[in-house]
Design a protein around this ligand. Structure first.
Ligand code: B12
Length: 1017
């Protein structure tokens, strides 16, 4: 047997059971072979019991299988989306074994309509575009299908796979990212027999329907996962209760489950029963590693993530150092001994209550926050979680929410990924007054000896007066109705919105009621929601509060509707409207529905989270005049180009209107360009609001106006797409600069990457640019004359003192990775080859295969027409050249110190520290650059260092390629933000061009100008 294949799987729990059985058999027989697992999805992209592809991948990926894929049920056309998802996200090779099309029932027999040629073409396209490694044919395919497939793909190299995937948990149907954006992921705590009397009562009476309701309520209030604990002293059968509760919740809620138990049999029962990917709550080393070993072993077997408490044989870790030490030990056991991935571990750094006033614990919140920061920095990939409310245990009910909230806020800023919270015990950070924030911060950061006393006294007074204050003072008193309405949305108060709206509309003015209503919508309601979103984005509001604001918004919109004009009569046209798959935001879409319906259009509203297939099928069915798509997340906006391309592929011609917070006009133009390079003829129209949507619909349904509108959007898109290409690559046909390449043969050098663990700080300091430090980083800017001399003298002294202190305590640690690669220019591209290319000689035919990556640089549109690639040997010359890449950092500690100072409110010290660390990173880059020059034997002054983000080298995304070439993450512990910025910030990445004439130049328009232009678009 070469391979074990589990295929045509309809039920994800059954697949898990089958994999478990296969692994058992491997153990029993001593034989083991690769395992390939294929699920079967229907035309809407779900398994029979509703599991979508993201959930299937999350559930199966950690189960020690070797290939994942799809087979049967549909032809390749319906597999396109899920295959693309697997291709982009699976670290395992992906297989695709479709039927020969969707079967037709002809005279009672299934007939498969797809001929060999289109079948083979579709699969070849998947291989090329979605990186599929295994192909084949399922029902209805014949030897002719497979023969053609083999002919077409024989000899195709296996595509590379992503090295790591984003960590997800999953319910039976959906995946949930463990990294929520913005954090934290919220763990609902009410299905816990220890924490909730109601749940316990329901458990004892085995009222599972009511238990399901508790679960659903928490999800409705914003919980991303549900913690489940069924341990009760009254019953001995925790495992059986756990099995039943898990079974009920697994089929009734769409969020992943967190199995909260200390008993291994209950844990096993839960993991066996849950179809999704669970999290285990929790393990620790209190009695050594024996129990933890068993928990990790189950976690590995069932692909669960594990919350690990920082407790060891000595008890709960109290200091950040100790928390990190325990975490390191747990990490070693879980990752190295049990083979778990770092992202399977969620460390809970634990909080102690601050309410006792006990000096021993006065610093414990600081240590907890610092523990989070240290664990995240020293153990890349792991996550952190916290049960926040322990901190305030023992304080009065009125005092607890503020302390909990402030702690949650600062923990998230320090890197907390998950929190166990009850929204009822949290006051939104945004609502806490400056005075109360400070009182809480004094206590949390142990800033004053009387912090606890002051905190208690303050809240005692508030508690005493709360009743009367609440009755006496209405916070909206004295506000104008627009301000009141804004306040109510922001502060989640439904009552009174109708009256505010009525007052606003009925205030005498020269506007009609309709105009006033539109005015309220655009100038009061939408900005209020935007503010809610901004506060959510910065961590000042957590999700449950956003949901409540959304409800107030919905109520306001529905009251406002009566004032909007309605045009009755025959329909002006039909639009199929939906919020795209994966996206739950529907307030905007509903508004679009109202405006269009009021203006005479028939709106077929498909709701939210709608799969592409459903939208397209409906549009065909109702012969729509247009499709309207709403998406508010960056991630889900990707559904839009997907749908446009699918419409084009099927030869359909619905104009598509798109809208939502994550997209803009440029996005609209760009997705009008199809994958095959043509434009989507019927048009894609970005609409900034519902009224623009109405304008577009009016023009589309007017035979006179339509050609103009479509023509204009095509023109705009062509211009944008041309600009996109100009930005990305040098324009074809544009004249090259007249730089003559001077290749440096890579043959004489040791190629590949190397690590510089540390550099002598004293020597690095010698390269510090004091001018940049004093003027740019420390704010002297353009000071001159006496003022400058005075500033300089002060700065010199400060610098000297800081340098002495750093040299003594070592919080700046210059370190780096760099390396050399063979390369060639290809127009505006620089091709980087694997070092082994040298062995084959530059004329080797296998050169193409040795290409490991390529960077694309812009060309100056006029003047010298310089492009960075011009400094390297062009491909046509046949010669190989050499390029150096480097990444340097001064380490994580600088950031930590900065954050600590900020947290302490020492903003001025933080500012100077930040400036020095950033400039030391620059000096480190220069130090390494000089070293590289020496290694390459370049004369003094030859060779230039270019960092990404500058006009000649603008694409920050290229940092990813540099990270793939150099061991930046593994050796320096660095990472990239979603915008491809370096973390820690005190770091630089650069490409080194050895050409003697290499110089710095601009490209007509700076990156900042480009960005401003794109934002304005
Ligand atoms: C309310 C809200 C929620 C509510 C949604 C409730 C509901 N039923 O809609 C809840 C709490 C459920 C929620 C959840 C989440 N949210 Co939210 N949410 C918001 C918020 C604050 C307001 C959105 C809104 O209703 N605006 C008002 C409406 C009227 O505006 P609109 O939708 O943009 O629509 C207008 C135009 O865009 C246009 N339009 C929109 N669509 C269309 C379509 C057509 C055809 C046309 C013509 C026009 C058009 O017309 C409308 C008005 O005229 C935004 C912040 C923001 N700035 O948008 C974040 C925001 C969108 N959410 C965000 C996030 C991250 C999330 C979560 C992932 C959070 C989490 N960690 O769980 C989840 C997502 C879950 C999911 N899978 O979708 C981020 C998105 C970040 C990103 N770049 O991807 C935002 C931007 C907040 C932020 N600053 O971080 N959210």
């Amino acid at each position: 047997m070469d391979l074990c294949l589990i295929e045509t799987s309809q039920d994800i729990l059954e697949v898990k059971a089958a994999i478990s059985g296969v692994h058992k058999a491997f153990v029993e027989t001593g034989i083991s072979v690769p395992v390939q697992v294929q699920v079967t999805l229907d035309t809407t992209g779900r398994m029979l019991l509703g599991t979508d592809i993201a959930a299937a991948l999350a559930i199966l990926e950690g189960l020690e299988i070797d290939v994942i894929g799809l087979n049967c049920s549909t032809g390749p056309e319906h597999m396109r989306e899920p295959i693309r998802y697997l291709g982009e996200n699976s670290v395992m090779p992906v297989s695709c074994i479709p039927n020969a099309g969707l079967p037709l029932n002809v005279d009672g027999e299934a007939v498969y309509p797809l001929e060999p040629a289109p079948f083979a073409e579709a699969l070849a396209e998947f291989v090329e575009k979605s990186n599929i490694s295994v192909v084949g044919g399922c029902c209805g395919t014949t030897p002719a299908h497979l023969k053609l497939l083999v002919e077409k793909l024989h000899g195709t190299a296996h595509p590379p796979r992503p090295q790591a995937s984003e960590p997800y948990l999953a319910s039976a149907t959906r995946a949930a990212p463990m990294h929520q954006e913005p954090p934290p992921l919220l763990i609902g705590e009410r299905c816990n027999a220890q924490g909730s009397k109601k749940f316990k009562r329901l458990l004892l009476t085995e009222d599972y329907d009511a238990i399901l309701e508790i679960g659903r309520e928490q999800v409705d209030y914003g919980a991303h996962t549900l913690d489940i604990s069924t341990a009760v002293t009254e019953r001995p059968d925790e495992a059986e209760l756990m099995r039943k509760v898990v079974k009920k919740l697994a089929s009734g809620v769409e969020v992943p489950l967190v199995i909260d138990t200390t008993e291994l049999d209950a844990l096993k029962a839960a993991l066996e029963t849950a179809p999704g990917r669970c999290m285990i709550n929790s393990t620790h080393l209190e009695s050594g590693r024996a129990k933890a070993d068993q928990v990790f072993s189950l976690a590995k077997q069932y692909n669960a993530a594990v919350i690990c408490l920082t407790i060891d044989e000595a008890g709960m870790a109290k200091t950040a150092d100790k928390k990190l030490e325990v975490a390191l030990r747990v990490y070693q056991i879980a990752v190295e001994d049990h083979g778990l991935r770092p992202s399977d571990l969620i460390f809970d750094t634990l909080t102690f209550t601050l309410a006792t006033g006990d000096a021993e614990f006065a610093n414990s919140a600081v240590e907890t926050i610092e523990g989070i920061r240290r664990i995240k920095a020293d153990l890349p990939g792991v996550l952190c979680s916290l049960g926040v409310s322990n901190l305030s245990f023992g304080l009065s009910a009125g005092a607890r929410p503020v302390l909990n909230s402030v702690m949650l806020y600062h923990s998230v800023q320090a890197g907390l990924d998950m929190a166990i919270v009850n929204p009822a015990h949290i006051t939104p950070y945004a609502d806490i007054s400056q005075e109360e924030r400070e009182l809480a911060e004094d206590l949390i950061y142990n800033r004053r000896t009387d912090a606890l006393q002051r905190y208690i006294v303050h809240f005692d007074q508030v508690d005493d007066t709360q009743q009367t204050v609440a009755q006496a003072v209405d916070p909206t008193e004295g506000m104008a109705p627009a301000g009141r309405l804004h306040w109510r949305i922001l502060h989640r108060h439904k009552d009174g919105v109708e009256a505010d709206i009525d007052e606003l509309i009925n205030t005498p003015s020269d506007k009609s009621r309709h105009e006033s209503a539109v005015n309220v919508l655009n100038n009061v309601l939408l900005p209020a929601m935007k503010e809610v979103g901004d506060k959510f984005g910065t961590g000042e509001l957590i999700l449950p509060f956003v949901l409540q604001s959304a409800e107030v918004m919905k109520k306001s919109v529905s009251h406002l509707e009566q004032y909007l004009e309605k045009k009755e009569g025959t329909t002006k046209g039909t639009i199929v409207l939906a919020t795209v798959y994966g996206d739950v935001h529907d307030i905007g879409k509903n508004l679009v529905k109202t405006i269009l319906a009021n203006n005479g259009y028939t709106v077929v509203d498909l709701g939210k989270q709608v799969p592409a297939e459903t939208i397209i099928t409906k549009a065909v069915e109702v012969q729509a005049d247009a499709i309207g798509l709403s998406a508010l997340l960056v991630n889900t906006s990707k559904q839009m180009p997907l749908i446009v391309n699918e419409l084009h592929r099927r030869g359909l011609s619905f104009p598509v209107l798109i809208g939502g917070a994550a997209i803009n006009r440029r996005f609209g133009w760009r997705i009008l360009g199809l994958e095959d390079g043509s434009l989507y003829e019927p048009g894609v129209f970005y609409c900034k609001d519902a009224f623009e949507g109405l304008g577009v619909m009016d023009a589309l349904t007017d035979p006179q106006a339509r050609p103009d509108l479509v023509g204009r959007i095509h023109q705009e898109a062509e211009f944008e797409l041309g600009r996109a290409t100009r930005e990305k690559t040098a324009q074809p046909g544009i004249i090259r600069s007249d730089v003559t390449p001077r290749p440096l043969s890579p043959a004489g050098y040791t190629l590949g990457s190397r690590l510089v663990r540390s550099m002598p700080l004293e020597l690095v300091f010698q390269l510090l640019s004091k001018n940049e430090l004093f003027r740019l980083s420390w704010g002297a800017k353009n000071a001159h004359g006496e003022e400058w001399e005075k500033l300089k003298a002060g700065f010199e002294k400060r610098l000297e003192k800081m340098q002495r202190e750093v040299l003594r305590s070592g919080w700046l640690k210059p370190q780096a990775v760099y390396g050399y690669w063979p390369c060639q220019a290809d127009g505006g591209d620089l091709i980087i080859y694997d070092p082994s290319v040298i062995a084959g000689g530059p004329t080797s035919e296998a050169m193409q295969e040795k290409e490991i990556t390529r960077f694309t640089f812009p060309r100056q549109p006029d003047g010298d027409r310089l492009c960075l690639s011009d400094y390297f040997a062009p491909r046509e010359s046949g010669a190989l050249d050499l390029v150096a890449l480097q990444v340097v950092t001064v380490g994580q500690e600088a950031t930590e110190r900065f954050d600590q100072l900020q947290a302490k409110g020492d903003y001025s010290e933080a500012y100077f520290l930040h400036g020095l660390s950033v400039q030391t990173a620059e000096a480190t880059a220069e130090y390494l650059h000089r070293h590289i020059r020496r290694e390459l034997g370049l004369p003094e002054g030859q060779g230039k260092r270019y960092s990404w983000g500058y006009p000649a080298i603008p694409e920050l995304e290229d940092h990813r390629k540099v990270f793939d070439l150099l061991p930046v993450e593994d050796e320096l512990g660095m990472s990239l933000t979603s915008a491809f910025q370096l973390v820690p910030e005190q770091s630089t990445a650069a490409i080194i061009v050895h050409h003697p004439e290499a110089k710095y130049y601009s490209i007509g328009e700076s990156r900042v100008e480009q960005l401003i232009r794109s934002a304005a678009g």
